[in-house]
Design a protein around this ligand. Structure first.
Ligand code: PHE
Length: 336
């Protein structure tokens, strides 16, 4: 029969085991062992009714007090262990917000795209619209409809890339091909620009490349004159290049009459100044207007084609056109 001493021993061992448990799982084992249905203490409590009446009070009280103490100790130890397990988890999972982040490189527009967008903005502010045209073009739109007859030197295969196996298909040599497409699709008055790549079998040197970029402009309205053209070009050159000096000289293009060329003063990195051709322009030849079905007695127009790559070179002192197409990030990064 259990005595008060036995119960005191059970209690002491249970409290010691509780204190010694280091994990929640271990503590649960302690709980089952000392207070579970098959524990010694549960047996004692169940058998109290069978004790002689004079012992019941003492043993019963001692056993109940022991159970309460053990349960209280278990509960307290449980919350301690829960707290320390949570703390351990938090320490293990901690994110060090002071660690340097993974660098994420930021992209930027290519210098040519920046220059193109800037020029587009200047023209949009003047009321121009932007038009598009194909780079693989027909001789018709690139030459014939632009008053450039068969046999003209610009049509020869030494200047123009002909697309193999097709007749009359070329890589456009100028964005002027868009002029005719726009006139065919629309009626005047119209004020349109069209930027894009063009292709020529140019010798490759520091200022030439077989692919480069132009921005075409075309205005058709009543009463347009050379003064409107020059005024427009001066405005655009001023916006783009600031106080750069420029010169307008006569030129020839089959599809404009008269034709002019705009040169700007360009100072290279060594401080040497030279004149660089920035654009060709002129009054739209009446033949071209008629080709597009316009009444050339009523409408007049001007057109211009500027070299986008050259503008980027002049603006940023880029010494070699080819750098714009090589994709070397050490170069491009400087303009991002
Ligand atoms: N297309 C001409 C060239 O490539 C430039 C130009 C455009 C000239 C429009 C007159 C009018 O040189």
């Amino acid at each position: 029969m259990a005595t008060a001493d036995d119960i005191a021993q059970i209690r002491a061992r249970a409290l010691a085991d509780t204190a010694g448990a280091t994990t929640l799982a271990g503590l649960d084992d302690v709980r089952v062992q000392h207070t579970g249905r098959r524990s010694t203490l549960a047996g004692i409590l169940a058998s109290i009714g069978t004790l002689p009446p004079e012992e019941r009070g003492g043993v019963g009280k001692a056993a109940n007090v022991a159970r309460r103490d053990i349960e209280a100790a278990l509960t307290e130890r449980k919350s301690d262990l829960e707290a320390s397990e949570l703390a351990a988890q938090l320490t293990g999972d901690r994110t060090d917000v002071t660690l340097p982040g993974d660098p994420y490189p930021q992209g930027a527009l290519h210098l040519l795209s920046q220059v193109r967008l800037e020029i587009e903005d200047i023209f949009l502010a003047l009321g121009y619209e932007i038009a598009d045209g194909p780079e693989v073009e027909t001789e018709h739109y690139n030459f014939t409809a632009l008053n450039t007859p068969e046999g003209h030197p610009a049509r020869s295969s030494s200047d123009t890339f002909y697309v193999d196996g097709t007749s009359g298909t070329i890589l456009r040599t100028q964005t002027s091909s868009v002029q005719v497409r726009v006139m065919e699709a629309r009626t005047p008055p119209l004020y349109v620009i069209s930027p894009g790549a063009v292709y020529r079998r140019d010798d490759v040197d520091a200022t030439h490349s077989p692919m480069f970029h132009q921005l075409e402009g075309l205005a058709v309205d009543e009463g347009l004159s050379l003064a409107h053209l020059i005024g427009t070009l001066k405005h655009v050159a001023g916006q783009l290049l600031g106080s750069t000096e420029y010169r307008i000289i006569p030129d020839f293009f089959p599809f404009t009459e008269p034709s002019i060329q705009l040169l700007v003063r360009w100072t290279d990195r060594s401080g040497r100044g030279s004149w660089m051709e920035l654009l060709g322009a002129g009054m739209v030849d009446p033949n071209v207007l008629r080709f597009a079905g316009y009444d050339s007695e009523r409408w007049t127009g001007f057109a211009f084609g500027m070299g986008l790559d050259r503008i980027a070179m002049v603006r940023h002192g880029v010494p070699d056109l080819r750098m714009l197409f090589e994709g070397d990030l050490r170069f491009l990064d400087q303009f991002s």
